[in-house]
Each structure stands twice: as C-alpha cells, then as structure tokens.
Ligand binder design. Structure first.
Ligand code: SAM
Length: 295
C-alpha cells in the first residue's frame, strides 16, 4: 500500500469545499442530493481537517468512514491515514468519487449499507491487525443506530469521531443524572467516554440542513465499568427507567420490568434513594449499583 504523506500529496486535489467545484461535479455527473439519505455535504474548509486531526491518532491507524458523499472528508482522512475504508450506500456517487479520490490509492470504497456490514470480519479484511478509528459526518436519519452498531459490534475502536445533529450531540454527551440524558446516553457511556468537540453551524453544509450540528468523540474504555453480562442487565434497567421517565423510578421499573414495587424500593434504598426519585436523576454509577441491588 502506497501512502502519500501530506506534504507530498499533489496540489491537484479537488477542492470540495468550493461551491463551483461541487456544482460542476453534480452537473457533470447528473447528481441530485438525496434528503432521504441525509446528503448534506460539508463545505466549511476548516471542519474536515479538524475531524481528521481529532479522530486519527497516527498514520498507521486504519480509518473507517461512513458515508463519503463527494469525498470531502475522505480526502482529509486519506491525508492523515495510510489506510482508509469508506462504506457508502449510494452507488450514484461512484463516478464522482473516481474523480475526487483519484490520487488516493489507499482509500477503498465499499458500496454497502453500514447497518448490514458485519464489522469484525469487515475490519479484519480491510485493516488486518491495525488499530481502527472511525471518522464520519453521519447520515442523521440513522445516527443512534449506527453508533449502537459500532459499539455493540465487539470491535475495540480507538475512537469514534462523528458529526451529529446538535440535539443528538447534547443527548449523547449529557451527564447521566441530568434531564438531557436518555437511554442512548447510558448505552453509549457504559461503553466509552463521550465528549463534544466543536459546534458546526447549518451553513457549513450544502444543501444546508434545518438544524445546527456538532462533532463528538466517543473513546471506548480500556476497562469497561461492568462485564458484558452485567451490561445487558444494566441496559434493560436503563430502557425501562427511561421508557417512563416522568414517573418515579419505582413505578417505571416495577411496571416495565414486572417487578414487585417493594423490591425496587428496597434496591433504591440500598443506594441511598428515597421512593420518589425519578430514574433520570440517577448517575451512571448509581444505575450500576441499582442493577446490582435488583439482582
Ligand atoms: N462525508 C460527506 C461529507 O461530509 O460531506 C457526506 C456526509 S452525508 C451527511 C452522509 C452520507 O452517508 C451520504 O453520502 C449518504 O449517501 C451516506 N449514507 C446514508 N445512509 C447510509 C448507510 N446506511 N450506509 C452508508 N452510507 C450511508
């Protein structure tokens, strides 16, 4: 595999943040943007280099991109990594990418729905023994399913650096125990540290979406806070607790998990909570302790 270091990559690289270049590509290839596939492409020249900088620890890391669009982020990832594999669903992009990624032989495009990719086998095939980082401007209609697909795959990613809608970023990175948190917050934060890196306004995209975005990074824990078996139990408790978040934790958990109220009350009391506490008030550690106490 030939890797071209940043300063040797030729200056012919197409500038995909230039609206004239984008319009010309779209026109020549008769490409129309699909709302359904979340095709809002980045046009702010500072955002893609920043995602690559935050997301790729070193050139030898394999990088998985989800959704290439015209390749604006793919180019930046290819400048920083020796080996990039990008999964894209929309095959109409093939002739565009042939042009825009022409000078990056170390980028492999795989035409598939990311949700149907079996990640352990796929990553082994693409990257062998390399450590793997994920970088993407995610299609918004499947943000949480994609993140869960990555986190539940059994693959130990070095980091997952992705653009998501601001509202999703707030939820994913919220503190458990705050009102902004939800079941997906716990599902993510039981597996890794989630942080918001920077905000990206809606006019950084073409076509511009109706809402602003943010780039977040999830760094999977070296040592998870609980075992896989416990994790499944915790996730059941979390799902139940947030399913009826306005109710007290006792009512929500006993109704959804079909447990006697006395047992839930006792488990909460063992963690120092009174019977009126709502599930959304519990921190991650308290949810872990509650699950133990419910066993
Ligand atoms: N990376 C480009 C950028 O930043 O400009 C494009 C990002 S755009 C928000 C999302 C991309 O994901 C689109 O190219 C879309 O076709 C692709 N996509 C949508 N659903 C997908 C899926 N299920 N699997 C793989 N790619 C998908």
């Amino acid at each position: 595999m030939i890797f071209q270091a940043k300063d040797t990559v030729n200056s012919d690289m197409m500038n995909l943040t230039d609206m004239n270049v984008i319009r010309s590509l779209a026109k020549r290839h008769r490409f129309t943007f699909s709302k359904g596939l979340g095709q809002n492409f980045l046009i702010d020249p500072e955002v893609c280099p920043a995602i690559a900088e935050y997301g790729i620890p070193a050139p030898e890391y394999g990088v998985l991109e989800i959704g290439t669009g015209f390749g604006v982020l793919t180019q930046e990832l290819a400048l920083k990594s020796e080996c990039v594999a990008a999964v894209e669903l929309d095959k109409r992009l093939a002739p565009v990418l042939k042009e825009t990624l022409a000078e990056f032989p170390h980028v492999k495009i795989v035409w598939q729905d990311i949700m149907k990719v079996s990640l352990p086998e796929f990553l082994k095939e693409q990257f062998g023994e390399r450590k793997v980082a994920v970088c993407a401007n995610l299609p918004y209609y499947i943000t949480s399913p994609v993140l869960m697909h990555l986190l539940e795959s059994g693959v130990r990613f070095e980091s997952i650096t992705v653009m998501v809608q601001q509202e999703a970023a707030d939820r994913l990175c919220a503190r458990l125990g705050s009102r902004a948190a939800g079941a997906v917050t716990a599902a993510v934060q039981l597996r890794g540290r989630a942080e918001q890196l920077f905000a990206v306004p809606r006019d950084s995209f073409y076509p511009a979406p109706k809402v602003d975005s943010a780039v977040i990074r999830i760094t999977p824990y070296d040592t998870p806070p609980c075992t896989q078996d416990t994790l499944e139990a915790v996730l059941r408790v979390v799902k139940a607790g947030f399913a009826q978040r306005r109710k007290t934790a006792v009512n929500a958990l006993s109704a959804v998990l079909d447990l006697p109220k006395e047992r839930v009350t006792a488990a909460l009391a063992a963690g120092g909570h009174n019977a009126n506490v709502r599930f959304e008030q519990l921190t991650l550690e308290e949810v872990l302790a509650l699950t133990e106490n419910l066993k």
